[in-house]
Design a protein. Sequence first.
Length: 429
Amino acid sequence: MGRERMLRLSVVLSMKVLSCRRYPYIDPFRISEAVTHVYHSACKFLLFEKKCVSLQRIIVFNKMENFIVSARKYRPVTFDSVVGQQHITTTLKNAIRTGQLAQAFLFCGPRGVGKTTCARILAKTINCTNLTPETEACGECESCRSFSDGGSMNIFELDAASHNSVEDIRELVRQVGIPPQTGRYKVYIIDEVHMLSQAAFNAFLKTLEEPPSYAKFILATTEKHKILPTILSRCQVFDFKRIQAEDIVAHLKGIAEKEGVSYEEESLHIIARKAEGGLRDALSTFDQLVSFTRGNLTRQLCNENLNLLDADYYFRLVDYFRAGDLSNTLLLYQEVIDKGYEGQHFITGLSEHLRNLMVSIDPATHKLMEVSEALRNRYGQQSAACGLALLLRWLDISSDYEYRYKDAGNKRLFIEVALMKLATTITNI
Ligand SMILES: [Zn+2]
């Protein structure tokens, strides 16, 4: 199929999927499956990945129309429900309790770890007229209700990534001049503040230096090093952490149970690993997989949908290495190729597997593995059978080949040579 035609067909199909939300007599499953097919072929032939991602989202939303996006539905509304940032929420609560709240805050940290969520909770809490003994917003007073339904006039959010001009900041400064009609504080959240232009920064500085007593500023950024020292020195700085895999898994478990989604423990670990510490990414992957697997998250289905190679292959491979079994090693790699996995992913995955085996030798380093208990035991057994010296040699070989992979001429042969080296290491010791 020609490139043009494929593109047009994808667009037409996605439009149909969109329209079937309005016309329920069209079976969304059938159309989404057709789009899925086109999506996969399109990925292969056209490489217009960005468009594909939006197509994929459309499919997902149509497959489970009643499934509300978890990131929105389960957004924390109290400090205590924020995942993995206790060091920050405790400090903020203490400051509110003792009335020593700064005028300006800078929230730094990777994307999707709860910066904006914490900013919103802070805004809601300091305006609540009936704080709970735990220094949380009551959720019932007039102010809390207006925050919950998005109608509060005391919170302003500016996305500096798209509104970074002097005019945008001047408008904000004008707003700051008007005292709140109801409630105590007006809170200004400026997201991605490092994107503000130099002139916009300058226009903002004066307000940040001498803000009115009712104004609080919360600046959020993923790139702290780009923030000018003049801004840094005027803010109380909070560093948000990457969220630990265990915390993400525990959070997903809670959602799965509330939503009646069945899951295998390892599938949630796969999602957590893929998200690399960002809860928002983990939640959107979770939503996507719940839709694709129709509410039954198994390890196998998760791996397939995220295009990851199952750990099982690597366990088998290492067993072959240990036995010096060259033939089965090469046959297994053929199986991997047949499944459509790319060489680079394969060799990176192998290095990761060997690394996991190495850290599972000593119980003290077990926590460096972000895997389920069952898989951890499996790693333990295999690593005990291999021993440290052998694992180090294998890791040396695999990381060397991983590093040189991109320059290899015949990629397939290159990986095969690596595998042959690995499978014969034991006989050469
Ligand atoms: Zn309240």
